[in-house]
Design a protein. Structure first.
Lengths: 114, 117
């Protein structure tokens, strides 16, 4: 049973480019969460999605960031016009249900903005 | 807002000894969930243990156990018979049971555990 898959594992972008991060949840999981980890810090919630729905995006910056979880395919976190401050590790987690269900994390995508 | 505090940025322990990592949290809820995650150098987030607030019994997973003090809002992790592979960053996390922010985990800043041979 494969765990949460994220790709790419490492992504380098120049300022102003777009970054697209992908997350495939565990089999049977329909809830996806994205978190960001800045150096020397804990993870910060960004967005919570179910299939074709954004449930809670209150942790996501209003501009340049968007997320989706289509009916078919992985969840995508998209960052437009990246800036150096976007450099971080982005983790995706999935669960079968909501709060009572444990979230299982992917290996993360390390984004470096030059 | 919910906050999770880990007051020990770094801890160290001798192999085979016991170490306790501290975590406190702030909430007005009565039902919630608490977790300890481990992040080794690979940076993969690995679930160590979870605790439901409505359960009085402390959770245990092999060498890992928690001391959950609901009134004090304290949730410490005890690692017994420490092994070199336990060396990692440990994060305490909180999850509400209801409300508009249902689903999101709130993390502490982490405790870096070093295990000496």
């Amino acid at each position: 049973n494969a765990g949460v898959m994220q790709n790419p594992r490492h992504l380098v972008r120049r300022r102003g480019q777009e970054a697209r991060l992908r997350c495939s949840p565990m089999k049977g999981h329909s809830h996806v969460y994205w978190y960001r980890q800045l150096p020397e810090e804990g993870l910060k919630f960004m967005v919570y999605l179910q299939k074709e729905n954004i449930i809670d995006e209150s942790g996501m910056p209003k501009e340049r960031f968007s997320a989706e979880f289509p009916k078919e395919g992985p969840s995508i976190l998209r960052i437009q016009q990246v800036v150096r401050g976007d450099s971080a590790a982005y983790f995706c987690a999935s669960s079968q249900g909501q709060a009572q269900e444990t979230q299982y994390f992917g290996p993360g995508t390390r984004l470096l903005v030059l | 807002a919910q906050t999770v505090t880990q007051s020990q940025p770094e801890m160290s322990v001798q192999e085979a000894e016991t170490v306790t990592l501290s975590c406190t949290y702030d909430t007005s809820e009565s039902d919630y969930y608490l977790f300890w995650y481990k992040q080794p150098p690979s940076r993969q987030m690995i679930l160590v243990i979870r605790q439901e607030a409505y359960k009085q019994q402390n959770a245990t997973e092999n060498r890992f156990s928690v001391n959950f003090q609901k009134a004090a809002k304290s949730f410490s992790l005890k690692i017994s018979d420490s092994q070199l592979g336990d060396a990692a960053m440990y994060f305490c996390a909180y999850n509400r049971d209801r409300g508009s922010t249902l689903g999101r985990l709130y993390f502490g800043r982490g405790t870096q555990l070093t295990v000496w041979p």
